[in-house]
Write a protein that binds this ligand. Structure first.
Ligand code: S3P
Length: 223
């Protein structure tokens, strides 16, 4: 679980022109105008928090991890919420927290793997944000999630089998995201670069329509 810095939340502005290198190297962010939240979706282990944090840094936007915000609101860990209140209650809290965050100023938001499966959340993201699916293959997800055991869904059986089933179940829905980025096996910077490319193409294509919520094309980068 990554730490979100809620103090950062107050620093967002509605219109943001990143016109020069922000001190984090490279000029990939030149002239990227971000006036809505970027919402990272994808399975557990896809790298949403890690990539989201770095992306936020590049864009000069606050980073928020939805799982972390849910834990703060509940006063206990996700694992505890699943155990004592059940998954359904967790999902309700997740929906509320994400809606609240998306009603605020632009941020980079890493969501838990199940969040985008909720139709209300998907609608809210379409209305207020730009969705980026971090697509990853099974081996990568298995390898990354094996490092920690804090994810209740993966503690119920064979993680590889569980992740395989989740890929089948969820990938068609994640595919509704506006930008699709293949999570790379190498250093996170490689995936961040692809995400910035995808975002740039998206903004070039959508410009005004991104602000009004009408979108009709998707961008895929990586593979
Ligand atoms: C979940 C993913 C987790 C967390 C919870 C449920 C899921 O977040 O929200 O354990 O349903 O895929 P990460 O995707 O950040 O691990």
């Amino acid at each position: 679980m990554e730490q979100a810095d809620s103090a950062e939340m107050t620093t967002g502005t509605m219109d943001r022109m990143i016109a020069e290198d922000n001190g984090n190297g490279g000029n990939e962010t030149a002239a990227l105008e971000i006036d809505r939240s970027l919402v990272l979706v994808g399975l557990m282990g896809a790298g949403k928090s890690c990539i989201g944090r770095k992306l936020a840094q590049k864009l000069g936007l606050p980073f928020v991890d939805a799982d972390n915000e849910i834990e703060k609101a509940a006063g206990c860990s996700i694992a505890d919420i699943f155990e004592t209140r059940g998954e359904e209650e967790f999902r309700e809290g997740e929906r509320r927290v994400i809606a609240r965050l998306l009603d605020g100023p632009p941020i980079v938001l890493a969501t838990g793997g199940g969040a985008f499966m909720d139709p209300h959340t998907r609608e809210k993201v379409k209305e207020c944000g730009i969705s980026i699916w971090l697509r990853a293959d099974l081996d990568l997800l298995v390898r990354r999630t094996a490092k920690r055991n804090h994810r209740p869904l993966l503690n119920k059986g064979n993680p590889r089998q569980i992740l395989r089933n989740l890929i089948q179940k969820r990938y068609p829905t994640y595919n509704e995201a506006e930008i699709v980025v293949d999570s790379q096996n190498g250093p996170p910077e490689e995936t961040v670069k692809l995400a910035l490319e995808g975002l740039k193409s998206y903004l070039e294509r959508h410009g005004d329509s991104a602000r009004t919520g009408h979108k009709d094309a998707r961008f895929e980068v990586g593979s």
